[in-house]
Design a protein around this ligand. Sequence first.
Ligand code: XMP
Length: 537
Amino acid sequence: MDATQGPPTLTTEESPATASAPDPAKGHQTIVVLDFGSQFSMLIARRVRELNTYCEFLPFDASPDRLLGQDVKGIILSGGPNSVYEEGAPLAPEWVWESGLPVLGICYGMQLMAHQLGGVVGPGREREYGPATVWSDGNFPLFEGLPPDIDVWMSHGDRLEKLPPGFAAAAHSDNSPIAVMADRSRGYYGLQFHPEVAHTPRGKEVLANFVHRVCGADGSWNAGNFIEEAVEAIRAQVGDGRVICGLSGGVDSAVAAAIVHRAIGDQLTCIFVDNGLLRAGEAEEVVETFTRNMQMNLVHVEAEDEFLAALAEVTNPETKRIRIGNTFVRLFEREARSITDARFLCQGTLYPDVIESASHGKGAAKIKTHHNVGGLPPDMKFGLVEPLRYLFKDEVRRIGEALGLPEEMVWRHPFPGPGLAIRVLGEVTKEKLDILRGADLIVMDEIRKAGLYRDIWQSFAVLTNSQTVGVMGDFRTYGYAVAIRAVVADDAMTADWARLPHELLARMSNRIVNEVHGVNRVVYDITPKPPGTIEWE
Ligand code: XMP
């Protein structure tokens, strides 16, 4: 179960797919990250973007043609699981060394740099994994503004035994005599540690020194100019055509719609299929925000009955997903067909989705969608408008704020496409959904009041399928047990249960049992992912 599951993916005409996003090839200074497979690779690209510098993330063997016309200022070689001296280990392509650009190698990237440029890498006596301290030995631009010793995160088995010609050792740690190497004249640097992870507290400054001082990027990529360029690109792509956009209530589709609306106003029609499986007040908020505040054309399809009918007597979680997906597609298609001459479909596809589909060799036109706007019949051919396809989630949030979307919407926790149907265990009924909404509202309210909303990845209530005996006043009760789930995570691949203060849990439990009719017991889920998943179904 993951965010990619849900309705089938959408296939559309390929050519217009990228035109609506501002073209980073158009004069933006770019840092290229070549991915050698480390679990942190994509984080490097995010960190570079946080330095207001456009960053392109490519597989290590990407053709340099991908960068034609771009103002590339430097290259970063990521970490990876291989050993450079092993048969078949991935190498940096020759164009990297021929480009004359500064290069930063991180972990495996550093070993590659050493190996390919005439140094020697061998197995270390001990694996170095976890926190370490590096002492810098010289005055290099990469360490400017930093103390001589910094705390870092190491994760490597191999180590550098002999420097390649032209390089000097720039820092050491207890286990790595050469923890940083530098060839100042060519702008080549190798780091044995990972500057991109939070466990290297000053890593961002090291990366900033590479991006700004070594590569000379001026840090001019920001939300404001992104919006202007996106608006221009959307107008150029769409002309006087009509665009439709499915709103889910989530951040990505909301920001995508807002930016398209800024570009073409009334040529955009949004379709909001209200499946009756949303949280308390969310459907009203979507309608209020987009019609009243933003004055958008919005088709509000109130389809609770259809979804509940499709879910009647279904208890299997996968069947629930399929039924919800199919019902959604049928209704969306019906509405889309009624909008005459709609030629474009706006989607909130983000950069990680694009990278994922490219690196899995699926090709750019097959888009993984989190918005449940998928699986439309083949005769419905749309050009895709995807203004966010070069952005990460945190950038999308900043742009949403800059476009004036309400804070609650921009910072909203992720919410699954099948909605509360996978948080009501067993059969989904209107009565159970209402009980869950009542409990969930209290969880959200207390999390917000405690000031923890932004520290938590997701928090919600689950209505278990168990009824338990309780006592209230002098009476016996027999009601549902509600579970509270709150997790912290950097992404949804792994997660840990949030260590919520006991007083907060006590308040939630007390309020739920007192205020939500039909519930007489509250439990807190203390399962990390893995082995649990975030959602219960
Ligand atoms: P799990 O439960 O797999 O969830 O740990 C990981 C993330 O994905 C969300 N999720 C879904 N999102 N359709 C979606 O659009 C789905 O079917 C679905 N299932 C889970 C979940 O909320 C979490 O953020």
